[in-house]
Write a new protein. Structure first.
Length: 141
């Protein structure tokens, strides 16, 4: 291969690397946006858990207050009501927990993809430097 062909070959490789770098930057921006969305959703799930705990505590307090005001005794009916309240609360808590866990897993996956892309970009930068050096040294010959 003569010097002109070598120069063209390395110029093409350098251009390919630069194109890949540009594509990777687009992917990084998308991944960062996805990561922000997932993080936001996970925070909303955490807030939902806190709200649910608060609502459940409120419901028990109000139920207890009603029983107190009306002088009701805890009977079989009140046991059924409290059991139903607790069961429903547990179902909601479990569902929110599952969603939150899947969001955390998705966030972790996105972070890994982002790190890989950043490493790939670093490798591509190195290759661009190597190709630019080869092109420059060939031009000097």
């Amino acid at each position: 291969m003569d010097a002109n062909n070598n120069r063209e070959y390395y110029s093409n490789l350098k251009a390919d690397c630069e194109n890949q770098l540009e594509l990777n930057y687009g992917k990084i921006i998308k991944l960062e946006n996805d990561l922000d969305s997932v993080s936001s959703a996970a925070t909303k799930m955490e807030n939902a858990v806190q709200n649910l705990v608060s609502i459940n505590t409120d419901a028990y307090n109000k139920y207890g207050a009603v029983c107190y005001w009306y002088g009701l005794k805890y009977t079989e009916t009140s046991d059924i009501i409290t059991y139903d309240m607790q069961t429903e609360y547990n179902h909601y808590l479990e569902a929110i927990g599952e969603i939150k866990n899947s969001l955390i897993a998705k966030k972790s996956e996105l972070e890994k993809q982002l790190e890989k892309l950043k490493k790939d970009n670093s490798d591509i930068y190195n290759m661009i430097g190597i190709y630019a050096y080869k092109i420059r040294t060939m031009s000097e010959e």
